[in-house]
Design a binder for this molecule. Structure first.
Ligand code: BGC
Length: 696
């Protein structure tokens, strides 16, 4: 019989006793749930929350998007701090700032009673065309997990669940509900699963969202091997798995209720389809799943509900705060730390305010606001204000420099070019009748050309003819080809989507109060056919709803190295306004066991005149590998900030597990004994020192 409780009785039940350990509380609550109540908990309502169970005082578990901050569409129409995109965060190569961002966004969620953040997005940048490249971190699994781990820890320090997404191989938006990513086992583990695995093991995220797509023919939400057997059994994942929104109702062919349940899916969002109570009941009646199977997925959901304090007195939980000056300054610092100076001939930048009379400010992104309702879809965040580049420059130049639109009469011209979040293919008018299709950085569609829209290329080339001091600032979230204009301009700054304080951050960099220190987390190819995913339609966007990852583990710089292709800008690249000298590379030992850490040190001196930061990057190569092994793979980095003339010793600790490869024969990770090359540099193509060591 189902007990009815008064409020007072409820408060005395063991699961409400916060001095008991969490597992006992979960057990107690689980034992009190009826079958119907369990079914009710398995699906969402109102788009971003679960159903309440009043009898037991279970309140709705509330979730919110996403990777750039708390979205308006999932926070009851609130305006929240808009932080830079994931690709900008990764460009900082700064674990500390990733953690600060996690804490800040956790606080923003907490302040409005939200329990889970649907972030970080940690899919690997396989193709520059992916519409969601701006949300994700990198083409490299090591960098991805090094940014994801402190971020997740930061979010969860506020007792807000962080949800890793989209598990796994969600690397294109074209046919995202139906396409199957076809790849071998090594590639799946070594490139696409690796950051998920490491983040699960090191940061204990409380949620994982399955991807829309299939992997090797099978949808993720019904994939027992990749959910239960991998997440639960191999990686000891303790949280719960949620579907991507509407994934179960859009699967073709459909995945059955019991398949999802037996695979380990705890929550169907945003509303019932396969986890409709009638279907659940029928499958249960037919013996398609047992009570233990059901309890296994509910237990995980309940555990997270306890972790986020759903049953706690409000006063005992972190209160959180939103849109504070601190958060806005953090948004600015992230943008400043992540922007990348791609070109700076004759040190044209930074600009000297005392020597400029007129500045021409041009380009489609100069005054564009990116923080709009659903702009770019689920990652959209509408902030209370947004400093556009134009606004940032205007504030800076007030009373000192005249901003004009005619480049010919100006001391310098700055063109704010790039992409935007407009969805689908957009028809743009060029030269009266001529029309050209471009894709943009947005969920729901992929880009279809690497070049800037032709009218922007024209604008750059025309402007530079009128004024050789033309600087291009790019606002975009994925690589851009520049062959048709790069030679002509002296300076290019990659500003990404820099968030609500972006205009101020850009201005600070252009005028030199901040020295750029971002490094590319993704290779910029010269042309799309140089990119590993673009060798044929089969490799992108796929044939007959199958996309073949023929490049295997050779994604990003691994591919450019292997094929000796010169990229436009390599992974790890980025300039500074100052200079550095590096010397005295040493490592703690030249023989090391698999369990130990290798300490690599380098002395670095800022030999220029400005405060600045450098990212020392360590790559390794397995010399005697029994499997095909990339020429180099990132296995460590450290970012160091230096005053002029300051010298520091940078210490980088390498964990041997980061040098492991996935062995398809034993279906496990192998740290291979033998000789390894160490390559220490300041980009993947600028290696300063080589050394070697042996794993014994
Ligand atoms: C996206 C997810 C997002 C979810 C909820 C889906 O369309 O793929 O990343 O979290 O919607 O808004």
């Amino acid at each position: 019989m189902t007990s009815k409780y008064s409020k007072r009785e409820l408060a005395t039940l063991p699961f409400n006793n916060s001095s008991l350990d969490i597992e006992s509380r979960v057990d107690d609550l689980l034992n009190r749930l009826t079958l119907d109540e369990k079914f009710k908990l398995l699906s969402g309502r109102l788009f971003y929350q679960t159903r309440s169970i009043k009898r037991l005082g279970i309140k709705p578990f509330k979730m919110t998007d996403g990777p750039l901050g708390i979205s308006m569409h999932s926070s009851f129409f609130r305006k929240n701090t808009r932080f830079p995109g994931g690709i900008c965060l990764a460009s900082t190569f700064n674990r500390q700032i990733a953690n600060e961002f996690g804490v800040a966004v956790g606080k923003e969620a907490r302040s409005i009673g939200i329990h889970a953040l649907l972030a970080p997005g940690i899919n690997i940048h396989r193709t520059p065309f992916n519409g969601r490249t701006y949300e994700y971190f990198s083409e490299d699994p090591y960098l991805t997990k090094e940014i994801a781990i402190p971020f997740v820890k930061g979010v969860q320090s506020q007792r807000v669940a962080s949800c890793l997404k989209h598990y796994v191989a969600n690397n294109q938006e074209t046919n995202r509900h139906t396409v199957s990513a076809e790849m071998d086992e090594r590639t799946l583990h070594e490139i696409y699963l690796r950051a998920f695995m490491e983040t699960v093991k090191e940061a204990d995220p409380w949620m994982i969202m399955t991807a829309y797509n299939k992997v090797n023919g099978q949808y993720l939400h019904g994939n027992k091997k990749l959910l239960r057997q991998t997440l639960w059994d191999k990686w000891n994942f303790n949280g719960f798995v949620v579907s991507d929104w509407y994934a179960l109702s859009r699967s073709d062919p459909p995945v059955s209720t019991e398949e999802c349940l037996l695979a380990g899916l705890s929550l169907e969002m945003p509303k019932r389809n396969k986890y409709n109570p009638a279907l659940l009941q029928a499958a249960h009646n037919d013996g398609k799943f047992s009570n233990e199977d059901l309890d296994a997925i509910i237990r995980r959901l309940l555990r997270v509900m306890f972790l986020v304090g759903l049953f706690e007195d409000k006063n005992s939980l972190p209160t959180g705060k939103r849109n504070t000056p601190d958060h806005q300054q953090l948004a600015r610092r992230m943008a400043e730390d992540g922007m990348i100076l791609l070109k700076n001939n004759n040190n044209i930048l930074p600009l000297d305010i005392s020597k400029i009379h007129k500045l021409a400010v041009l380009g489609p992104n100069k005054d564009k606001k990116f923080g709009k309702w659903l702009y770019g879809l689920s990652a959209a965040v509408k902030p209370p204000y947004e400093i556009t580049p134009y606004k940032g420059l205007k504030n800076k130049c007030k009373g000192k420099i005249k901003i004009v639109s005619d480049p010919s009469s100006a001391d310098y011209a700055i063109i704010f070019a790039g992409l935007n979040h407009d969805r689908r293919i957009k028809l743009i008018e060029i030269n009266n009748d001529e029309k050209m299709a471009i894709g943009n950085d947005s969920e729901g569609s992929d880009r279809n050309q690497l070049e800037l829209p032709a009218n922007q290329v024209d604008l750059i080339n025309q402007t530079v003819k009128q004024n050789p001091n033309t600087i291009v600032v790019l606002l975009n979230g994925s690589p851009i080809a520049m062959d048709s204009w790069l030679e002509n301009v002296p300076a290019v700054l990659e500003a990404w989507y820099p968030g609500m304080e972006g205009g101020r951050a850009i201005t600070n960099i252009l005028f030199g109060s901040v020295n750029p220190s971002g490094k590319l987390p993704i290779t910029f190819p010269k042309k799309i056919t140089d990119s590993p995913a673009h060798q044929s339609v089969r490799t992108f966007p796929g044939i007959d709803l199958k996309v073949y990852y023929d490049e295997g583990i050779y994604v990003g710089y691994r591919y450019f190295d292997k094929k000796y292709i010169e990229p436009l800008f390599p992974f790890g690249y980025g300039l500074s306004y100052t200079d550095f000298r590096y010397n005295n590379l040493r490592s703690s030992t030249n023989k090391i066991t698999k369990e130990a850490e290798l300490n690599v040190s380098v002395d670095i001196t800022n030999t220029g005149k400005r405060f600045g930061a450098e990212v020392i990057q360590v790559y390794s190569h397995d010399i005697e590998s029994r499997v095909d092994s990339p020429i180099k793979e990132l296995v460590g980095f450290e970012k160091v900030y230096l005053d002029p003339n300051e010298k520091k010793t940078v210490k980088i600790n390498l964990k041997m597990k980061d040098l492991a490869f996935y062995d398809k024969n034993s279906h496990s990770w192998v740290i291979e004994p033998g000789d390894y090359k160490l390559l220490v540099g300041v980009s993947s193509r600028d290696i300063l020192f080589e050394d070697s060591f042996e794993i014994i």
